[in-house]
Design a protein around this ligand. Structure first.
Ligand SMILES: Nc1ncnc2c1ncn2[C@@H]1O[C@H](COP(=O)(O)OP(=O)(O)OP(=O)(O)O)[C@@H](O)[C@H]1O
Length: 660
């Protein structure tokens, strides 16, 4: 079902936001403040939780591959340690006195151990790499499915909330893919920690002062990496509203739907200018980040270099003072180099894990917020056949809107009736229909189905009882058949009946592959339909569902006179034993309705049948006469009442609706 598009009143239109407003940090200041505190300490307190959560996803995706990834990497790390200790065994005999052949011979067993350890490590790493490579697509599949499971279940209000849209964008943009990256980097953290432990063990044995000196050489680098990662993330988060707007503009520039209007209104220059303007702001922001990151990294590496010099100077001093023999110093240099490279890997992977973790936390944040927007567990699982729907005192305002779209609405729909909602543009008809379909929940008042508030009903069970011909129907990129059945299964008899009643049968007859024709030109052998043909398909979709209540929201706006007549007759026939809620501006077609509710600015201002409403001479009578007059007198398509109700087709007089 297509999301209700946000329909704005034409005036007053707010001016385009200034560039800096477009790119302004949204309402995440508290979160950004928290990020601003990023330090090695902050990183180390956040990381374990993020890594733990990422592993939970991996475990859910595939237990064997997760266990293999951890187990084999750990085992490979152990062999790194074995190899390092064995290197000490090689160097020690080589640096001791005596003839060279003997020294080499003495070193041979350790050398064999080094070779064996590194061969075993290579094999284990290959196995771990395979498990890790298998894990990645499985985790990505799981997070993607989780995301779409949520996006397709959350309340419709979420899509009207710009802040929630930002969160969803970040989760889709990068967040959902970062769980797998957190896992990969966390594995690197694990393996480098094992080899550091081995190197640190060797150094601690050689001389206790070497260990703190070694730590000093890498801490500045680590600090710089953490700060640089945070800076980049913070800036990208900050840019989200602008990036989302750029994404929307990019869609317009590269989509088939907008391609025709883009050209017809020569909008290319305007759109590209707008795109460039936002891109420029984004580029400037990212270049500034790159500059600051370089400065931070230079500082880190400079400080690290000084610390390395101090370490080697200390080693030299120990040698000169005779506190350390040359053979031990040689081993120490090797161990320092190994430890340094492992520490760099550790810090690099820590910072990579941290950076991925930040994006992954966007995904977690989205999951948390989306879960809060899931409908409450239904109190009633079954939805009985419709006897009556009643709205009482319904008040509803769209998220972020001050003025309610519905303000104290009461209506009754009883089984077997045709009930019509009429009124001028923006009076609240579609909103009321969406509330009755359980797509939105009123802020106050109630809508009941056989006396039970629909807010407590199972939404899917309720929707199973309702068919919807949506005003803004979706052109699904599916075959003609699936565009009507909305599932892989089809009930042939119902499909034929729905197609006949709506006129979709004539559309399908003209398609190259009949029911199997893909209704999307972007795909091989895809076909496209005219506006009216699409509307017939959308009507068939509503009629195919053998629902108790059919909500038809402007079902004929694009139909020709013959198709319109046929559809209204079908709706009338459909109402035998069922119920129809009809929204239309074609007032001739609502004469047959059992009851007509006239809405104005979110309130019911009149109700009754056609005769009553005409007799009381209110808004309905005015709108009806205006339409009839336009055809009777051949009046121009303008009027002076300020009403923006569409002028109907000649159907109004030629086929005066469906008599009741
Ligand atoms: N998603 C939305 N978010 C915010 N406001 C909305 C949204 N959809 C509709 N509105 C506003 O709610 C009011 C009622 O809109 P609604 O679509 O129900 O009118 P309508 O009577 O069906 O109009 P039309 O005859 O043009 O289809 C209008 O003021 C409209 O601007």
């Amino acid at each position: 079902m297509r999301l209700p598009r946000r329909k704005r009143k034409p005036a007053p239109r707010p001016p385009d936001p200034a560039p800096n407003e477009q790119m302004a940090a949204s309402k995440y200041a508290p979160y950004l403040d928290e990020l601003a505190a990023t330090s090695i300490w902050h990183m180390s307190t956040r990381l374990p939780r993020l890594i733990g959560l990422a592993w939970t996803w991996a475990w859910r995706a595939d237990r064997t591959d997760t266990a293999a990834t951890i187990g084999l990497n750990l085992a490979a790390g152990v062999f790194t340690a074995v190899g390092l200790f064995a290197v000490t065994g090689v160097l020690e005999p080589l640096f001791t006195g005596g003839p060279t052949p003997e020294r080499v011979r003495a070193a041979l067993p350790s050398l064999a151990l080094v070779a064996g350890a590194y061969a075993a490590r290579a094999l284990l790493q290959a196995g771990a790499g395979w498990a890790q490579a298998r894990l990645r697509p499985q985790v990505e599949r799981l997070t993607e499915l989780h995301l779409f499971d949520l996006t397709s279940r959350i309340g419709l209000e979420a899509f009207d909330d710009s802040e929630f849209n930002d969160t969803m964008y970040r989760a889709r943009d990068r967040g959902q893919y970062e769980a797998a990256q957190v896992i990969t980097s966390a594995v690197d953290v694990l393996t480098s920690m094992v080899s550091i432990t081995a190197a640190a063990g060797v150094l601690a044995v050689l001389h206790p002062v070497l260990l703190p000196l070694l730590a000093l050489t890498v801490i500045p680098d680590g600090w710089a990496a953490a700060r640089a990662a945070r800076m980049r993330y913070e800036r990208i988060r900050d840019l989200t509203p602008g990036r989302r707007r750029k994404w929307a503009l990019g869609d317009m520039l590269a989509s088939r739907d907008s391609a025709a209007e883009l050209r017809a209104f020569t909008m290319r220059g305007f759109l590209i200018d707008e795109y460039t303007r936002i891109s420029d702001i984004e580029r400037a922001a990212m270049l500034a980040v790159a500059r600051r990151q370089t400065v931070i990294r230079l500082l880190g590496e400079g400080a690290g270099g000084v610390a390395t010099a101090v370490t080697y100077a200390a080693l030299g001093a120990l040698l000169v003072a005779g506190a350390m023999p040359l053979a031990v110093a040689g081993t120490a240099v090797f161990a320092i180099r190994t430890a340094q490279s492992s520490l760099s890997t550790l810090l690099f992977s820590l910072s990579a894990t941290y950076e991925s973790g930040l994006y992954f936390s966007d995904f977690l944040e989205f999951s948390r917020r989306a879960a809060q927007r899931l409908p409450d567990a239904p109190t009633a699982r079954e939805t009985a056949r419709l006897a009556a729907v009643r709205a009482r005192g319904v008040v509803f305002a769209y998220p972020g809107e001050q003025t309610p779209a519905l303000d104290g609405v009461d209506i009754d729909i009883t089984r077997g009736e045709v009930v019509a909602l009429v009124g001028e543009n923006g009076s609240g008809k579609s909103t009321l229909a969406r509330l009755i379909a359980g797509l939105y929940t009123p802020q106050s008042g109630s809508i009941t189905w056989n006396g039970t508030d629909i807010a407590g009903m199972d939404p899917d069970a309720l929707r199973g009882r309702i068919g919807l011909i949506n005003q803004e129907y979706t052109q699904w990129p599916l075959s003609a058949q699936r565009n009507i059945t909305m599932s892989a299964e089809a009930d042939g008899t119902r499909l034929e009946e729905a197609a006949r009643l709506s006129g979709a049968d004539e559309v399908v007859t003209g398609l190259a592959y009949g029911w199997d024709t893909m209704l999307d030109k972007r795909f091989v052998d895809g076909a496209d339909l005219s506006g009216g043909q699409w509307q017939r398909i959308a009507s068939a979709r509503g009629l195919y569902r053998d629902a108790d209540l059919l909500i038809a929201d402007e079902p004929t706006s694009a139909l020709d006179a013959r198709a319109e007549k046929r559809l209204f007759e079908s709706l009338h026939a459909h109402a035998q034993g069922r119920t129809v809620l009809l929204i239309t501006h074609r007032l001739a077609s609502v004469r047959m309705a059992d009851r007509i509710y006239v809405l104005e600015k979110g309130r019911v201002v009149e109700h009754g049948d056609h005769e009553n409403l005409m007799a009381c001479g209110g808004l309905y009578a005015e709108l009806f006469r205006m339409q009839a007059q336009a055809y009777e007198e051949g009046a121009p398509l303008t009027h002076d009442t300020g009403s923006d109700t569409a002028v109907s087709s000649p159907l109004a007089e030629k086929t005066p609706g469906l008599t009741h």
